[in-house]
Design a protein around this ligand. Structure first.
Ligand SMILES: O=c1ccn([C@@H]2O[C@H](COP(=O)(O)O)[C@@H](O)[C@H]2O)c(=O)[nH]1
Length: 483
């Protein structure tokens, strides 16, 4: 099997990938256009593409006993996949026949059968959704879709919102990198595509397809860390912003290993590059009080805050004890902890009772990084409101994008790696550039990307640089907008 670079180069050669100025279906001007219709003239390339699609869809969690291509370009691709892997196919009509059976879906199936949707290009995800809707009307279950080229304009997220996982062979930014690497694109064109992507994202959870207001988000004055440090009231937020400013980092390290010594060794290596070390103390097998003393020493040595990712989620009275008593006594050593908003504001009140006297701060989990999570839409909005009402203790959010322009709140985003993707248990990864640059978050939270690396210290340095560069770029964009 050839690698993705070769595939991208071939697609470029046959002009399936075009760069210039194009008016999309939505009326938007785009510097790039994918026209996969031409591949029907290249049978061996069609075979290759079908192979890549199959490999991308062959995920442990993907559920399908049937295949269905989105009409028309993906139909022959689905056909090849079906024939090569002996998975029966369905055909979705674009219009019902006005004679005979009037069926929208051709092929054999029974209600409850699972079907993988195959698509050539995804922008907003609406074509995949239309096909999924037609299939579900006749009782077919769709939880997975595969696409050759993801334009990375929010289609994946919109589909996830509807419970459909989207797997892609390559994304717009990856394609640009490959073409630039092979001398087919110059860097101004790549920059043009990056800028286009930053400003043209289709947002989930809206009625109808609507573009986000990325432009206005960026053109609003994005305060620098030191400016924000001056205006925030909570001493912990002030301290954190000052650390971010002086250490030039927006990286939080999630040290999810299970032995005290491992934690301490990793933290000592990674400490110079981070503003926060995040723990899950309940996964540590040999937890003891000396461990906490040693961790605190490292926090002083390297100047970072400690965030215990406890995710409290009970009634106020219970969380108060969970936070201050038991084996871990979290409020005695963790500068920051977090809570789900699902129990109502009693959870914040309970934590605050024993946290505020020690100058601790809390983050509310307004969104999650995992696929299919329920912290979306109205839940997220209600969480932001809860934070606003308890801003003396709530210092920010766990979220996947900026939720409010109120500078008091720090936005921290987990699910970050140097390239987008996911794990086999539903974790979803975005890059530092997307999280900080496009989505306006403040802090990236990275676990396996660092502690599983051969050289965790160097990996942390790379994340730190990528996150900080994205923050600086935001400020540059702001300056340009202001002129
Ligand atoms: O929505 C959430 C909330 C918390 N997390 C936590 O962040 C780290 C991520 O680890 P990786 O190894 O970088 O995937 C982990 O501790 C989670 O519990 C999250 O991932 N998503």
């Amino acid at each position: 099997m050839e690698n993705v670079d070769n595939l991208v180069l071939k697609l470029f050669e046959i002009e399936a990938l075009k760069f210039g100025s194009f008016t999309l279906k939505s009326g938007i001007q785009s510097p790039v256009y994918f026209d996969l219709r031409v591949i029907v003239s290249y049978p061996s390339l069609m075979n290759e593409v079908a192979d890549f699609l199959w490999q991308a869809a062959e995920k442990p969690n993907a559920k399908f006993v049937l295949l269905c291509g989105v009409p028309y370009t993906a139909l022959p691709l689905a056909t090849i996949m079906s024939a090569n892997h002996n998975v029966p196919m369905l055909i979705r009509r674009k219009e019902a026949k006005d004679y005979g059976t009037k069926k929208m879906i051709e092929g054999k199936f029974k209600p409850g059968d699972t079907c993988l949707i195959v698509e050539d290009v995804v922008t907003s995800g609406s074509s995949v959704m239309e096909t999924a809707d037609s299939l579900s009307k006749v009782g077919i279950v769709v939880t997975d879709a595969v696409v050759l080229l993801d334009r990375e304009q929010g289609g994946k997220q919109r589909l996830e919102h509807k419970g459909i996982n989207l797997y892609s062979v390559c994304g717009m930014s990856g394609i640009c990198k490959i073409l630039e690497k092979h001398g087919k694109l110059d860097s101004p064109t790549v920059k043009q595509v990056d800028d286009f992507l930053a400003k043209n994202i289709f947002k989930p959870d809206t009625s109808g397809v609507k573009l986000t207001e990325q432009v206005s988000k960026k053109s609003k004055k994005s305060l620098r860390y030191h400016e924000r440090a001056e205006i925030v009231a909570h001493p912990l937020s002030k301290q954190l912003l000052k650390i971010m400013d002086s250490k030039q980092t927006n990286l939080a390290f999630s040290v999810d290993v299970t032995k005290c010594q491992q934690v301490l060794e990793l933290v000592d290596k990674v400490g110079p590059h981070v503003c926060i070390v995040k723990t899950h103390v309940d996964i540590i097998e040999d937890f003891n009080d000396d461990f906490i003393t040693a961790l605190q020493k490292l926090a002083d040595k390297h100047n970072f805050l400690i965030f215990e990712d406890r995710k409290f989620a009970d009634i106020g009275n219970t969380v108060k004890h969970q936070y201050s008593s038991g084996v871990y006594k979290i409020n005695q050593w963790a500068h920051i902890t977090n809570a789900h908003s699902v129990p109502g504001d009693g959870v914040v009140q309970g934590l605050k009772d024993v946290g505020l006297p020690k100058n601790r701060g809390c983050l509310l989990i307004a969104e999650m990084s995992s696929t299919g999570n329920l912290a979306t839409g109205e839940y997220t909005k209600a969480t932001v409101k809860m934070a606003e009402e308890q801003a003396d203790f709530v210092i920010g959010f766990i979220c996947t994008s900026r939720l409010t322009d109120d500078p008091r709140f720090l936005h921290m985003t987990p699910g970050v790696q140097l390239s987008a993707g996911g794990d086999s248990l539903g974790q979803q990864y975005l890059t530092p550039n997307i999280v900080i640059g496009d989505r306006g978050s403040d802090i990236i939270i990275v676990g396996r990307g660092i502690y599983k690396a051969d050289d965790p210290s160097n990996a942390a340095k790379l994340f730190k640089e990528a996150g900080y560069e994205a923050y600086l770029k935001q400020s540059v964009d702001f300056t340009i907008t202001e002129q």
